[in-house]
Design a protein around this ligand. Sequence first.
Ligand code: F6P
Ligand code: MG
Length: 475
Amino acid sequence: NNPPWPAFRGYHTYSFANATMGVRLPTILSKAIQDVLLTVNTLSAEYLIKDLLACVKRMEKLKAELEGNGVLRPIKDDGEADVALWNKEVAKYFLGKDFMNATWLFAEAYKYRRLRECFTLSEHFADYDVFFRQKCDTFSRSNDAVFELSGRFGELFCHDQTKKQLSADELLEKEKLMFHELTQICLWGNSTDLSLLINMTEEQIKSLQSTGGDHLAETEKNILGNHLEQLWELVKKLKDKVRDVDADIDEPYGITGKRKGGRIDFVLDNAGFELYCDCVYADWLVQLGFASQIRFHGKRYPWFVSDVTKKDWEWLLNTMVYGHLFPEASSAERESLRKMGLRWKEYERQGIWVYEQHPFWCTGYTFWDLHAEAPDLFLDLSKSDLVIFKGDLNHRKLTYDCAAPASTPFETAIGPMSSAAGAPPVCSIRTIKSDVVVGLGPNGEDIAAKLDKNEDGWKISGKYAVILLSQGRPG
Ligand code: F6P
Ligand code: MG
């Protein structure tokens, strides 16, 4: 049940695994320690200070283990819902392995679980998020793109028919163009993730977040494996679906009792700006009748620095409605953001948007094991009409994070997530930030070889991307 290609490991010096395990992760831990110390300085009660300093001590120990390439140990029973899942995997594959010779994907995920343990073993800080400050801060510095999008999408969408009454085909053609644009907005929202962009200037972040039409036409060239057209073909058919909606909820956005569209799932990646782009996209899919329900899947605790937790989700929606994050914004800008936030909260209240957090998403398993290790989750996803996996880490998990040739078809690369009975349509929307690259078509090796030769670091810059679709296998 494994792919025929070797998984990347920390000791592979040719891979980003090596720099990540050796340098990036200890740096991330150091920054996390600084964050906790900032909080310690704000405390006055001795019992809290002592409790939080004990967390710092555990973090320092973890950092030393990481830097000294220590041997992986089982996770302590800290009451988390995933202890058994973790320790099963540790026992099965990783006993005796160290940070560098375990698979990169597992070792990196394990570090975030151990970081979690530093806090769950405390009495008062079990839910402390060492990355929360950074996540909020980057969103607050994304004002240009935030208001550009709220300015365009804050109001309810309606086709401009004032100049000319458009035929059904013309309307669909317009929707197709918007779909292309919004999918790209959702895609490039993934390039500004905190674990990589620690040293980015404001200007660099702004240029990555630019959402204008010309910019998107230009960047579409950088989508090396591009199934946008196939994705549109799938999504447009969802308009013909109808779902019964609970009779007792009132439906300002649709027909009472019935709602047009299918079920779309987002397996989320990063909080803040990326999540905001995902929601703009999801909002449009609901309004245009492509989706009657969107289910968002987030993480149960801080993960790979910037990933979305429930707290980040709530923070975003509430800061849009009530926050004062953007002191320089005009009142019209603030109002557009507020309006959009209110609509999103209403979707949530009505069960049109649902936020979920299954324990499996915070484990070291790849998605080749999803159907076997989390059958309930697989069964649930199999009811979806489309599961969109956002970001680099999800892509690594879908593809087993192994050295598959770039021409490998996406469906082959994701194994059981395309071939197991009940596999739903799966789409990976990802800017490339790590070694694994598949789905580039029959000339994939040539494309990759050319980039290897001409553009140092093309696999980690987030400049290139893939949008890949597997049609799934109905059960
Ligand atoms: O540490 C490497 C990594 O796991 C890469 O997948 C990527 O560089 C980053 O962390 C996470 O990216 P994303 O937020 O897009 O999953
Ligand atoms: Mg992430």
